[in-house]
Design a protein around this ligand. Structure first.
Ligand code: GDP
Ligand code: MN
Ligand code: MN
Length: 254
């Protein structure tokens, strides 16, 4: 068994309005069932999600959080603008975004963007993944999957990893429930986070710095192809999310 991860070279600096699918197809010959992994940074740049801190006017809630945390109220306002719930205010903002993804600072990024600018992640990464996927399929004539990734930290462990924040035509979770282990025992709870694992694998070639590799192709793992999928399938149902419940109760106490 094996699969390949291929860095797409020669992608230029991306700006608002750039046609990412054409740029990708000019630099790699896609094959049927390739999984195209695209860093959210370049998706956001192409969608024009750049802004300047100085253009942001903080609202009341941002000013309150800033007074408590000592952070820049304009930055907090930028995070709040993309958040549906704040779970932690200090020492960093941990939020659930409008799209339902839970991460630090709503994914607002200061790196790999021109000086003085910041970047929001794509507003609805599933929609972005689908739009890019359909256009990549049209241009290449191949059946493809797409994963839009971001780099996120993990609770409990040091170190960030690439994770999926939007998907197109890929099974995000492989359910092992009902399958057997090596000794014939039924597996009862194991669900494998395929889309995140692929995001992590692609991130090995992307890196976080000046590498200039925002697109990686995973080839040879075609058995995760699935027609109608959404990253929302990976979000734990509210009533089962004990970590969120715990964070909410801590906020009430403070
Ligand atoms: P994120 O994980 O989506 O926040 O993206 P990163 O900022 O970590 O960047 C991932 C990869 O994409 C790195 O190799 C960056 O150098 C590269 N990258 C970011 N923006 C651009 C761009 O506009 N053009 C190119 N060619 N590479 C970029
Ligand atoms: Mn990022
Ligand atoms: Mn990254």
């Amino acid at each position: 068994m094996k699969f390949e991860a291929i860095a797409v070279e020669n992608i230029p600096l991306i700006h608002y309005g750039d046609d990412l699918p054409s740029i990708i197809c000019e630099n790699i010959e896609l094959q049927d069932r390739d999984i195209v992994i695209i860093a959210s940074t370049v998706v956001a740049k192409a969608e024009g999600e750049t802004f300047r801190l100085e253009d942001i006017t903080p609202g009341e809630k941002a000013l309150e959080i800033a007074a408590r945390s000592g952070k820049d109220a304009r930055f907090i306002q930028a995070v709040l603008a993309r958040s549906r719930e704040v779970l932690v205010e200090m020492p960093f903002m941990l939020v659930t975004t409008l799209a339902g993804h839970t991460c630090v600072n709503a994914g607002v990024d200061e790196s790999n963007i021109e000086h003085g600018f910041l970047l929001y992640p794509p507003e609805n990464p599933d929609v972005s993944a689908s739009r890019l996927g359909k256009e990549l399929e049209r241009l290449s004539g191949k059946k493809l999957s797409v994963i839009v990734t971001d780099t996120n930290g993990r609770a409990f462990k040091i170190g960030q990893t690439g994770v999926a924040i939007g998907i197109y035509k890929i099974k995000p979770i492989k359910r092992w429930i009902g399958e057997k282990d090596l000794f014939g025992k039924n597996l009862e709870i194991t669900e494998e986070a395929i889309a995140d694992e692929l995001g992590g694998a692609a991130n090995l070639l992307m890196g976080e710095g000046a590498g200039g590799i925002p697109v990686v192709i995973i080839r040879g793992l075609d058995y995760y192809y699935e027609d109608c999928t959404s990253i929302k399938e990976t979000y734990r149902p509210e009533e089962q999310d004990i970590i969120k419940k715990g964070l909410r109760s801590l906020q009430k106490k403070s």
